[in-house]
Design a protein around this ligand. Structure first.
Ligand SMILES: [Fe+2]
Length: 302
């Protein structure tokens, strides 16, 4: 299955345009059966079992709040999922988010590789599963653009306010404006582009399973943080400021030298280079044995 098959009637160009314009796109598509054989609950459970070998990439929410993972394992420090604990929780309504699943199954890995090429950005794949009725998450916004495909069940969405540029130090759960601007329901086969910085909350009237692509577009702030790291190793950034601020010539000289150092740093390492490095870095993530089911060869053809 390639990305076009996954997205059904929605053109890839429409997805990239929505991301670029930071525009919400909900496309009721139907045709959920195109996904059910490859990405349905059985696949979710098999990846959950793989993640549970060290409990990485698993987050559990109840009533919209994150809960400790030992609610799943039955005991603190235990790393295997307790079937009875899971069943009991699911009946009360929980959400399970599996992050970074792109190395867990060949079908997901193939989609991830194709999506990285198309979006030219670091990217991760995720599963969002909700059991039992209730709010999946409280109102929040996400830091990444997310393309969501409804695999099974239904999910009701409320969009709150408009797209905002989220400050880097702002908690993603803090939403100031509670005005619902849009409501819709996702059913199997539907595709959604949720731009970063658009607050939302979801309600699940029944069990719901979604596959997500998180497009981790670096922000200007991320580039700036990298510049700060690089500046640390350059001697021109270690010169102290003049001690006498009345010495105008010394202050002017310091001002000019520092400006030139910043410009030289940016010239030697521009945003384009930063993006290429970020993309390479996300592809070079070390894959451990625990990441891989023993029977899957990620480089094999279908
Ligand atoms: Fe979200």
């Amino acid at each position: 299955m390639n990305l076009s098959d996954l997205l059904g009637p929605v053109a890839l160009a429409d997805i990239t345009a929505a991301i670029q314009e930071r525009r919400l796109l909900h496309q009721p598509c139907g045709q959920g059966e195109r996904l059910s054989s490859r990405f349905s609950w059985e696949r979710f459970v098999s990846i959950l079992n793989l993640q549970s070998t060290d409990m990485t990439g698993i987050r559990v929410f109840k009533d919209g709040r994150r809960v400790p993972l030992d609610w799943l394992t039955g005991r603190p420090a235990e790393v295997s999922i307790d079937g009875d604990a899971f069943k009991a929780l699911a009946q009360q309504g929980i959400s399970v988010v599996l992050n970074r699943i792109e190395h867990r199954a060949k079908e997901v890995h193939d989609l991830w590789r194709e999506a990285r090429e198309i979006f030219a950005c670091p990217l991760q794949m995720a599963y969002f599963a909700n059991f039992g009725p209730g709010y999946a998450l409280n109102a929040h916004f996400d830091r990444d653009d997310i393309v969501i495909i409804q695999i099974a069940g239904r999910k009701e969405w409320e969009i709150i306010g408009e797209v905002v540029d989220v400050a880097p130090n702002r908690k993603p759960t803090r939403v100031d404006d509670d005005a619902v601007t849009r409501r819709f329901v996702m059913t199997p086969g539907d595709v959604l582009v949720l731009p970063y910085g658009l607050a939302h909350r979801c309600h699940t009237p029944e069990a719901s399973l979604q596959l997500g692509m998180l497009v981790e577009r670096p922000h200007g702030w991320d580039y700036f943080k990298r510049l700060v790291e690089l500046a640390g190793s350059r001697p021109e950034f270690r010169r102290p400021a003049p001690v006498d601020r009345r010495d105008k010539a010394a202050v002017d000289r310091y001002d000019e030298e520092l400006r030139q150092a910043v410009v030289a740093l940016m010239d030697s390492y521009g945003p384009r280079q930063f993006l290429a490095e970020a993309l390479r870095g996300s592809g070079n993530r070390t894959i451990t044995l625990a990441d891989l089911p023993p029977t899957v060869d990620l480089n094999a053809d279908d």
